[in-house]
Write a protein that binds this ligand. Structure first.
Ligand SMILES: Cc1cc2nc3c(=O)[nH]c(=O)nc-3n(C[C@H](O)[C@H](O)[C@H](O)COP(=O)(O)O)c2cc1C
Length: 413
Protein backbone atom coordinates (compact mmCIF):
# COMPACT_ATOMS: atom_id res chain seq x y z
CA UNK A 1 0.00 0.00 0.00
CA UNK A 2 2.81 2.41 0.88
CA UNK A 3 0.37 4.98 2.23
CA UNK A 4 -0.07 6.86 5.53
CA UNK A 5 -2.99 5.34 7.43
CA UNK A 6 -4.22 6.61 10.80
CA UNK A 7 -6.05 3.88 12.73
CA UNK A 8 -8.50 5.37 15.23
CA UNK A 9 -9.96 2.97 17.80
CA UNK A 10 -12.97 3.62 20.05
CA UNK A 11 -14.21 2.01 23.28
CA UNK A 12 -15.70 -1.26 22.09
CA UNK A 13 -14.75 -4.81 22.93
CA UNK A 14 -13.94 -5.13 19.19
CA UNK A 15 -10.90 -2.91 19.87
CA UNK A 16 -9.11 -6.11 20.88
CA UNK A 17 -8.82 -6.82 17.14
CA UNK A 18 -6.79 -3.64 16.54
CA UNK A 19 -3.32 -5.19 16.95
CA UNK A 20 -4.10 -7.73 14.22
CA UNK A 21 -5.50 -5.02 11.94
CA UNK A 22 -2.48 -2.78 12.44
CA UNK A 23 -0.13 -5.70 11.86
CA UNK A 24 -1.90 -6.62 8.59
CA UNK A 25 -1.76 -3.03 7.34
CA UNK A 26 1.96 -2.83 8.10
CA UNK A 27 2.52 -6.16 6.35
CA UNK A 28 0.73 -4.73 3.30
CA UNK A 29 3.31 -1.94 3.26
CA UNK A 30 1.25 0.85 4.90
CA UNK A 31 2.75 3.40 7.28
CA UNK A 32 0.48 3.26 10.30
CA UNK A 33 -0.12 5.55 13.27
CA UNK A 34 -2.70 4.79 15.97
CA UNK A 35 -4.90 7.00 18.10
CA UNK A 36 -7.17 5.67 20.84
CA UNK A 37 -10.14 7.20 22.60
CA UNK A 38 -9.86 7.30 26.42
CA UNK A 39 -12.25 4.33 26.67
CA UNK A 40 -10.43 2.37 23.96
CA UNK A 41 -7.30 2.51 26.10
CA UNK A 42 -9.10 0.20 28.50
CA UNK A 43 -9.71 -2.45 25.85
CA UNK A 44 -6.42 -2.59 23.95
CA UNK A 45 -2.79 -2.13 24.87
CA UNK A 46 -1.28 1.09 23.46
CA UNK A 47 2.10 -0.57 23.85
CA UNK A 48 1.06 -3.40 21.52
CA UNK A 49 -0.16 -0.87 18.93
CA UNK A 50 3.03 1.18 19.26
CA UNK A 51 5.15 -1.92 18.70
CA UNK A 52 3.12 -3.18 15.77
CA UNK A 53 2.89 0.23 14.07
CA UNK A 54 6.53 1.04 14.88
CA UNK A 55 5.43 4.41 16.21
CA UNK A 56 4.08 5.86 19.47
CA UNK A 57 0.34 5.35 19.92
CA UNK A 58 -1.43 8.70 20.52
CA UNK A 59 -3.56 8.86 23.65
CA UNK A 60 -5.84 11.43 25.24
CA UNK A 61 -3.18 12.59 27.72
CA UNK A 62 -0.75 13.39 24.88
CA UNK A 63 -3.18 16.02 23.59
CA UNK A 64 -2.61 18.03 26.76
CA UNK A 65 1.14 17.52 26.99
CA UNK A 66 2.75 21.04 27.06
CA UNK A 67 5.74 19.60 25.17
CA UNK A 68 3.68 19.08 21.99
CA UNK A 69 5.02 21.61 19.45
CA UNK A 70 1.71 21.61 17.50
CA UNK A 71 -1.80 20.60 18.50
CA UNK A 72 -1.66 16.82 18.27
CA UNK A 73 -5.07 16.44 16.61
CA UNK A 74 -3.99 18.77 13.79
CA UNK A 75 -0.65 17.05 13.33
CA UNK A 76 -2.32 13.62 13.17
CA UNK A 77 -5.10 14.84 10.87
CA UNK A 78 -2.62 16.42 8.45
CA UNK A 79 -0.34 13.38 8.46
CA UNK A 80 -3.02 10.88 7.44
CA UNK A 81 -3.81 10.00 3.81
CA UNK A 82 -6.63 7.81 5.10
CA UNK A 83 -8.28 7.56 8.50
CA UNK A 84 -9.65 4.19 9.43
CA UNK A 85 -12.07 4.33 12.38
CA UNK A 86 -12.37 0.78 13.68
CA UNK A 87 -14.21 0.06 15.82
CA UNK A 88 -16.42 3.14 15.67
CA UNK A 89 -18.49 3.40 18.89
CA UNK A 90 -22.00 4.76 19.23
CA UNK A 91 -20.65 7.69 21.22
CA UNK A 92 -17.95 8.71 18.75
CA UNK A 93 -20.44 8.33 15.87
CA UNK A 94 -22.68 10.84 17.67
CA UNK A 95 -19.70 13.12 18.31
CA UNK A 96 -18.87 13.16 14.60
CA UNK A 97 -22.42 13.78 13.44
CA UNK A 98 -22.87 16.60 15.95
CA UNK A 99 -19.37 18.03 15.63
CA UNK A 100 -18.20 17.42 19.19
CA UNK A 101 -14.42 17.74 19.45
CA UNK A 102 -14.15 16.74 23.09
CA UNK A 103 -11.60 13.92 22.73
CA UNK A 104 -8.28 13.72 20.87
CA UNK A 105 -9.83 11.08 18.63
CA UNK A 106 -12.96 13.03 17.66
CA UNK A 107 -10.97 16.29 17.29
CA UNK A 108 -8.61 14.49 14.91
CA UNK A 109 -11.45 13.06 12.83
CA UNK A 110 -13.18 16.43 12.61
CA UNK A 111 -9.92 18.16 11.67
CA UNK A 112 -9.09 15.60 8.99
CA UNK A 113 -9.61 16.22 5.29
CA UNK A 114 -8.50 12.71 4.40
CA UNK A 115 -10.89 9.97 3.27
CA UNK A 116 -12.53 8.19 6.19
CA UNK A 117 -13.35 4.53 6.45
CA UNK A 118 -15.69 3.80 9.34
CA UNK A 119 -16.49 0.37 10.77
CA UNK A 120 -18.95 0.47 13.67
CA UNK A 121 -19.23 -2.32 16.23
CA UNK A 122 -21.81 -2.61 18.98
CA UNK A 123 -24.62 -4.65 20.51
CA UNK A 124 -27.52 -5.32 18.07
CA UNK A 125 -30.10 -3.35 20.04
CA UNK A 126 -27.74 -0.36 20.19
CA UNK A 127 -27.17 -0.61 16.42
CA UNK A 128 -30.90 -0.75 15.77
CA UNK A 129 -31.77 2.13 18.14
CA UNK A 130 -33.48 4.89 16.10
CA UNK A 131 -31.04 7.56 17.31
CA UNK A 132 -28.05 5.45 16.29
CA UNK A 133 -29.58 4.62 12.90
CA UNK A 134 -30.31 8.33 12.32
CA UNK A 135 -26.69 9.21 13.16
CA UNK A 136 -25.41 6.39 10.92
CA UNK A 137 -27.51 7.61 7.98
CA UNK A 138 -26.24 11.15 8.53
CA UNK A 139 -22.63 9.94 8.65
CA UNK A 140 -23.06 7.90 5.46
CA UNK A 141 -23.85 11.15 3.63
CA UNK A 142 -20.44 12.65 4.43
CA UNK A 143 -18.31 13.16 1.37
CA UNK A 144 -15.07 11.13 1.30
CA UNK A 145 -16.52 8.54 3.67
CA UNK A 146 -16.67 4.82 3.01
CA UNK A 147 -19.08 3.15 5.47
CA UNK A 148 -18.65 -0.54 6.31
CA UNK A 149 -21.78 -1.84 8.00
CA UNK A 150 -21.29 -4.18 10.96
CA UNK A 151 -21.63 -7.87 10.20
CA UNK A 152 -23.90 -10.44 11.82
CA UNK A 153 -22.80 -13.13 14.21
CA UNK A 154 -22.07 -13.95 17.82
CA UNK A 155 -21.51 -10.84 19.93
CA UNK A 156 -19.56 -10.42 23.17
CA UNK A 157 -22.90 -9.95 24.96
CA UNK A 158 -23.76 -13.59 24.11
CA UNK A 159 -26.48 -12.69 21.62
CA UNK A 160 -26.42 -13.21 17.88
CA UNK A 161 -27.19 -10.40 15.48
CA UNK A 162 -25.85 -7.43 13.61
CA UNK A 163 -23.11 -5.46 15.34
CA UNK A 164 -19.85 -7.36 14.90
CA UNK A 165 -16.86 -5.50 13.55
CA UNK A 166 -16.54 -6.54 9.88
CA UNK A 167 -13.85 -9.16 9.27
CA UNK A 168 -10.36 -7.65 9.09
CA UNK A 169 -9.99 -8.93 5.52
CA UNK A 170 -13.04 -6.86 4.51
CA UNK A 171 -11.65 -3.80 6.33
CA UNK A 172 -8.40 -4.25 4.37
CA UNK A 173 -10.30 -4.33 1.08
CA UNK A 174 -12.29 -1.25 2.15
CA UNK A 175 -8.98 0.47 2.88
CA UNK A 176 -7.75 -0.45 -0.57
CA UNK A 177 -10.91 0.93 -2.20
CA UNK A 178 -10.89 4.16 -0.17
CA UNK A 179 -7.23 4.81 -1.02
CA UNK A 180 -8.01 4.44 -4.73
CA UNK A 181 -11.13 6.60 -4.78
CA UNK A 182 -10.35 9.04 -1.97
CA UNK A 183 -13.42 7.68 -0.21
CA UNK A 184 -15.72 8.94 -2.97
CA UNK A 185 -18.45 6.49 -3.96
CA UNK A 186 -17.67 6.87 -7.66
CA UNK A 187 -19.92 3.98 -8.76
CA UNK A 188 -22.93 5.16 -6.71
CA UNK A 189 -26.14 5.05 -8.72
CA UNK A 190 -25.03 2.09 -10.84
CA UNK A 191 -26.69 -1.32 -10.62
CA UNK A 192 -24.17 -3.97 -11.56
CA UNK A 193 -24.61 -7.69 -12.11
CA UNK A 194 -21.47 -9.83 -11.81
CA UNK A 195 -20.83 -13.48 -12.51
CA UNK A 196 -17.96 -15.42 -11.01
CA UNK A 197 -16.53 -18.88 -10.59
CA UNK A 198 -16.73 -22.12 -12.50
CA UNK A 199 -19.80 -24.11 -13.43
CA UNK A 200 -20.20 -27.85 -12.98
CA UNK A 201 -21.84 -30.07 -15.58
CA UNK A 202 -22.75 -33.33 -13.90
CA UNK A 203 -22.44 -36.63 -15.64
CA UNK A 204 -23.88 -38.50 -12.66
CA UNK A 205 -24.43 -37.46 -9.00
CA UNK A 206 -20.70 -37.69 -8.16
CA UNK A 207 -18.84 -36.82 -11.38
CA UNK A 208 -18.77 -33.56 -13.29
CA UNK A 209 -16.95 -31.55 -15.94
CA UNK A 210 -15.65 -28.29 -14.50
CA UNK A 211 -12.57 -26.05 -14.49
CA UNK A 212 -10.13 -24.72 -11.87
CA UNK A 213 -11.56 -21.17 -11.70
CA UNK A 214 -11.70 -20.09 -8.04
CA UNK A 215 -14.12 -17.20 -8.62
CA UNK A 216 -11.72 -14.79 -6.91
CA UNK A 217 -11.49 -12.34 -9.84
CA UNK A 218 -15.25 -12.09 -10.36
CA UNK A 219 -16.00 -11.76 -6.64
CA UNK A 220 -13.28 -9.10 -6.41
CA UNK A 221 -14.99 -7.17 -9.23
CA UNK A 222 -18.31 -7.40 -7.37
CA UNK A 223 -16.84 -6.43 -3.99
CA UNK A 224 -14.87 -3.46 -5.29
CA UNK A 225 -17.93 -2.16 -7.16
CA UNK A 226 -19.97 -2.49 -3.95
CA UNK A 227 -17.32 -0.71 -1.86
CA UNK A 228 -17.36 2.09 -4.43
CA UNK A 229 -21.10 2.60 -3.97
CA UNK A 230 -22.71 0.45 -6.69
CA UNK A 231 -25.69 -1.81 -5.99
CA UNK A 232 -24.31 -5.22 -6.86
CA UNK A 233 -25.72 -8.68 -7.39
CA UNK A 234 -23.38 -11.62 -7.75
CA UNK A 235 -24.32 -14.88 -9.45
CA UNK A 236 -21.59 -17.39 -8.76
CA UNK A 237 -20.65 -21.02 -9.27
CA UNK A 238 -18.89 -23.08 -6.58
CA UNK A 239 -16.18 -20.84 -5.11
CA UNK A 240 -12.81 -21.79 -3.68
CA UNK A 241 -10.03 -19.63 -2.29
CA UNK A 242 -12.36 -16.63 -1.90
CA UNK A 243 -12.41 -15.06 1.60
CA UNK A 244 -15.99 -15.53 2.89
CA UNK A 245 -15.99 -11.90 4.10
CA UNK A 246 -15.77 -10.70 0.47
CA UNK A 247 -19.31 -11.99 0.00
CA UNK A 248 -20.68 -10.28 3.11
CA UNK A 249 -21.64 -6.91 1.59
CA UNK A 250 -23.02 -8.54 -1.58
CA UNK A 251 -26.38 -9.90 -2.65
CA UNK A 252 -25.48 -13.35 -3.89
CA UNK A 253 -27.12 -16.12 -5.89
CA UNK A 254 -25.17 -19.39 -5.82
CA UNK A 255 -25.65 -21.71 -8.81
CA UNK A 256 -24.00 -24.88 -10.05
CA UNK A 257 -24.52 -25.52 -13.77
CA UNK A 258 -24.15 -23.27 -16.81
CA UNK A 259 -27.91 -23.53 -17.40
CA UNK A 260 -28.65 -22.34 -13.84
CA UNK A 261 -26.16 -19.51 -14.19
CA UNK A 262 -27.67 -18.48 -17.54
CA UNK A 263 -31.19 -18.43 -16.10
CA UNK A 264 -30.16 -16.45 -12.99
CA UNK A 265 -28.30 -13.84 -15.04
CA UNK A 266 -31.02 -13.51 -17.70
CA UNK A 267 -33.65 -12.97 -15.00
CA UNK A 268 -31.64 -10.14 -13.40
CA UNK A 269 -30.26 -8.51 -16.57
CA UNK A 270 -33.23 -6.21 -17.36
CA UNK A 271 -32.92 -4.48 -13.95
CA UNK A 272 -29.23 -3.55 -14.12
CA UNK A 273 -27.03 -1.00 -15.87
CA UNK A 274 -24.31 -3.46 -16.72
CA UNK A 275 -22.99 -6.99 -16.53
CA UNK A 276 -19.49 -8.20 -15.66
CA UNK A 277 -19.06 -11.66 -17.11
CA UNK A 278 -16.10 -13.05 -15.18
CA UNK A 279 -17.47 -16.58 -14.64
CA UNK A 280 -15.65 -19.46 -16.30
CA UNK A 281 -18.73 -21.05 -17.79
CA UNK A 282 -18.38 -24.58 -19.16
CA UNK A 283 -18.38 -24.71 -22.94
CA UNK A 284 -18.94 -28.47 -22.94
CA UNK A 285 -20.94 -30.80 -20.78
CA UNK A 286 -21.35 -34.57 -20.88
CA UNK A 287 -23.45 -35.85 -23.77
CA UNK A 288 -24.81 -38.58 -21.50
CA UNK A 289 -26.06 -38.04 -17.96
CA UNK A 290 -27.45 -40.35 -15.32
CA UNK A 291 -29.38 -39.65 -12.14
CA UNK A 292 -27.66 -42.63 -10.47
CA UNK A 293 -23.91 -43.14 -10.12
CA UNK A 294 -22.38 -45.00 -13.07
CA UNK A 295 -20.52 -48.09 -11.84
CA UNK A 296 -16.81 -47.58 -12.63
CA UNK A 297 -16.72 -50.18 -15.41
CA UNK A 298 -19.93 -48.92 -17.01
CA UNK A 299 -18.78 -45.32 -17.52
CA UNK A 300 -19.27 -44.34 -21.14
CA UNK A 301 -15.80 -44.48 -22.71
CA UNK A 302 -15.06 -42.34 -24.60
CA UNK A 303 -17.35 -39.88 -22.90
CA UNK A 304 -19.50 -38.12 -25.48
CA UNK A 305 -19.42 -34.32 -25.12
CA UNK A 306 -22.15 -31.85 -25.85
CA UNK A 307 -21.62 -28.14 -26.49
CA UNK A 308 -23.16 -25.81 -23.90
CA UNK A 309 -25.01 -22.81 -25.36
CA UNK A 310 -22.78 -19.68 -25.37
CA UNK A 311 -24.11 -17.94 -22.30
CA UNK A 312 -22.29 -14.61 -22.55
CA UNK A 313 -23.11 -14.15 -26.24
CA UNK A 314 -26.75 -14.92 -25.43
CA UNK A 315 -26.81 -12.31 -22.64
CA UNK A 316 -24.99 -9.71 -24.77
CA UNK A 317 -27.68 -10.10 -27.42
CA UNK A 318 -30.28 -9.04 -24.83
CA UNK A 319 -28.64 -5.73 -23.88
CA UNK A 320 -30.44 -2.43 -24.29
CA UNK A 321 -28.47 0.52 -25.68
CA UNK A 322 -28.06 1.89 -22.16
CA UNK A 323 -26.68 -1.40 -20.82
CA UNK A 324 -23.04 -2.39 -20.99
CA UNK A 325 -21.14 -5.61 -20.69
CA UNK A 326 -17.57 -6.30 -19.65
CA UNK A 327 -16.23 -9.71 -20.60
CA UNK A 328 -13.14 -11.57 -19.46
CA UNK A 329 -10.96 -13.59 -21.80
CA UNK A 330 -8.61 -16.05 -20.13
CA UNK A 331 -6.26 -17.16 -22.90
CA UNK A 332 -2.94 -18.81 -23.40
CA UNK A 333 -0.68 -15.86 -24.14
CA UNK A 334 -1.80 -12.27 -24.67
CA UNK A 335 -3.27 -12.63 -28.15
CA UNK A 336 -5.02 -9.30 -28.77
CA UNK A 337 -6.41 -10.33 -32.16
CA UNK A 338 -8.16 -13.34 -30.61
CA UNK A 339 -9.48 -11.23 -27.74
CA UNK A 340 -10.84 -8.60 -30.16
CA UNK A 341 -12.44 -11.32 -32.25
CA UNK A 342 -14.11 -12.69 -29.09
CA UNK A 343 -15.23 -9.19 -28.09
CA UNK A 344 -16.81 -8.60 -31.49
CA UNK A 345 -18.35 -12.06 -31.79
CA UNK A 346 -19.85 -11.95 -28.31
CA UNK A 347 -20.84 -8.29 -28.35
CA UNK A 348 -18.90 -7.13 -25.26
CA UNK A 349 -18.28 -3.38 -24.80
CA UNK A 350 -14.93 -4.08 -23.15
CA UNK A 351 -12.90 -7.19 -22.73
CA UNK A 352 -10.23 -7.91 -20.16
CA UNK A 353 -7.61 -10.16 -21.65
CA UNK A 354 -5.50 -12.12 -19.22
CA UNK A 355 -3.01 -14.89 -19.87
CA UNK A 356 -3.52 -18.10 -17.92
CA UNK A 357 0.00 -19.31 -18.64
CA UNK A 358 2.01 -16.36 -17.24
CA UNK A 359 3.47 -16.53 -13.73
CA UNK A 360 1.13 -15.07 -11.09
CA UNK A 361 -1.93 -14.95 -13.33
CA UNK A 362 -5.05 -16.87 -14.11
CA UNK A 363 -7.16 -19.60 -12.51
CA UNK A 364 -6.76 -20.20 -8.81
CA UNK A 365 -4.08 -17.50 -8.34
CA UNK A 366 -4.27 -14.63 -5.83
CA UNK A 367 -2.92 -12.23 -8.47
CA UNK A 368 -3.78 -11.36 -12.05
CA UNK A 369 -2.92 -8.83 -14.71
CA UNK A 370 -3.63 -8.22 -18.38
CA UNK A 371 -5.00 -5.78 -20.92
CA UNK A 372 -8.32 -3.96 -20.83
CA UNK A 373 -9.51 -3.47 -24.41
CA UNK A 374 -12.21 -1.06 -25.62
CA UNK A 375 -14.47 -1.82 -28.59
CA UNK A 376 -12.61 0.72 -30.74
CA UNK A 377 -9.29 -1.03 -30.10
CA UNK A 378 -7.98 1.32 -27.37
CA UNK A 379 -6.29 -0.56 -24.60
CA UNK A 380 -4.81 -0.17 -21.14
CA UNK A 381 -2.28 -2.60 -19.69
CA UNK A 382 -2.75 -3.46 -16.03
CA UNK A 383 0.18 -4.93 -14.08
CA UNK A 384 0.06 -8.24 -12.30
CA UNK A 385 -1.28 -7.46 -8.82
CA UNK A 386 -3.59 -8.79 -6.14
CA UNK A 387 -6.96 -9.59 -7.78
CA UNK A 388 -8.82 -7.11 -5.54
CA UNK A 389 -6.35 -4.36 -6.49
CA UNK A 390 -6.72 -5.29 -10.16
CA UNK A 391 -10.51 -5.14 -9.87
CA UNK A 392 -10.10 -1.64 -8.42
CA UNK A 393 -7.88 -0.63 -11.34
CA UNK A 394 -10.42 -1.93 -13.88
CA UNK A 395 -13.24 0.04 -12.22
CA UNK A 396 -11.02 3.16 -12.12
CA UNK A 397 -10.42 2.83 -15.86
CA UNK A 398 -14.15 2.56 -16.61
CA UNK A 399 -15.92 4.51 -13.83
CA UNK A 400 -16.54 7.76 -15.74
CA UNK A 401 -17.76 6.04 -18.90
CA UNK A 402 -20.17 3.82 -17.01
CA UNK A 403 -22.18 6.78 -15.73
CA UNK A 404 -22.83 8.09 -19.22
CA UNK A 405 -22.93 4.82 -21.12
CA UNK A 406 -25.02 4.77 -24.29
CA UNK A 407 -24.08 2.46 -27.15
CA UNK A 408 -24.73 3.78 -30.62
CA UNK A 409 -27.08 1.75 -32.79
CA UNK A 410 -30.31 0.02 -31.88
CA UNK A 411 -31.05 -2.00 -28.73
CA UNK A 412 -29.84 -5.54 -29.16
CA UNK A 413 -33.04 -7.05 -27.86
C1 LIG B 1 -17.40 -3.81 28.31
C2 LIG B 1 -17.90 -2.70 27.43
C3 LIG B 1 -18.08 -2.96 26.08
C4 LIG B 1 -18.55 -1.94 25.24
N1 LIG B 1 -18.73 -2.21 23.94
C5 LIG B 1 -19.17 -1.23 23.13
C6 LIG B 1 -19.33 -1.48 21.75
O1 LIG B 1 -19.06 -2.57 21.24
N2 LIG B 1 -19.75 -0.46 20.97
C7 LIG B 1 -20.04 0.78 21.47
O2 LIG B 1 -20.42 1.64 20.71
N3 LIG B 1 -19.90 1.03 22.78
C8 LIG B 1 -19.47 0.06 23.63
N4 LIG B 1 -19.31 0.33 24.94
C9 LIG B 1 -19.66 1.66 25.46
C10 LIG B 1 -18.59 2.67 25.12
O3 LIG B 1 -17.35 2.27 25.63
C11 LIG B 1 -19.00 4.02 25.65
O4 LIG B 1 -20.11 4.45 24.91
C12 LIG B 1 -17.92 5.05 25.53
O5 LIG B 1 -18.46 6.30 25.91
C13 LIG B 1 -17.34 5.17 24.16
O6 LIG B 1 -16.40 6.22 24.14
P1 LIG B 1 -15.50 6.51 22.86
O7 LIG B 1 -16.42 6.64 21.71
O8 LIG B 1 -14.82 7.78 23.20
O9 LIG B 1 -14.55 5.39 22.72
C14 LIG B 1 -18.84 -0.66 25.79
C15 LIG B 1 -18.62 -0.41 27.16
C16 LIG B 1 -18.16 -1.42 27.96
C17 LIG B 1 -17.93 -1.13 29.41
Amino acid sequence: MGRRILVAGCGSIAAVKLPQLVSSLVQHGAQVRCVLSPKAEQFVSPLALASLSRHPCSLEAHQWDPCQPRPLHIALAEWAELVLVAPLSVTTMARLVHGLADTLLSSTLLASQAPLLVAPAMNTAMWEAPAVQANWQALCHWPRLLPLEPSSGLLACDSRGMGRLPELELILQGTRAALVTGGVADLKGLRILCSAGPTREFLDPVRCLTNPSSGRMGVAMALMARLRGAAVELVHGPLSNVPPSWLEPLETCPVVSAAEMGAALAQRLPQVDGLVMAAAVADHGPGLTSSVKWPKGALPNPLPLQEVADLSAGLASQLRRDQWMLGFAAQQGLDRARALEKQERKGFDWIFLNAIDLAGQGFGQQTNGGILIWGDGREQGLNTQDKAALAGAIWSALAKELHQFHRSGPDKV
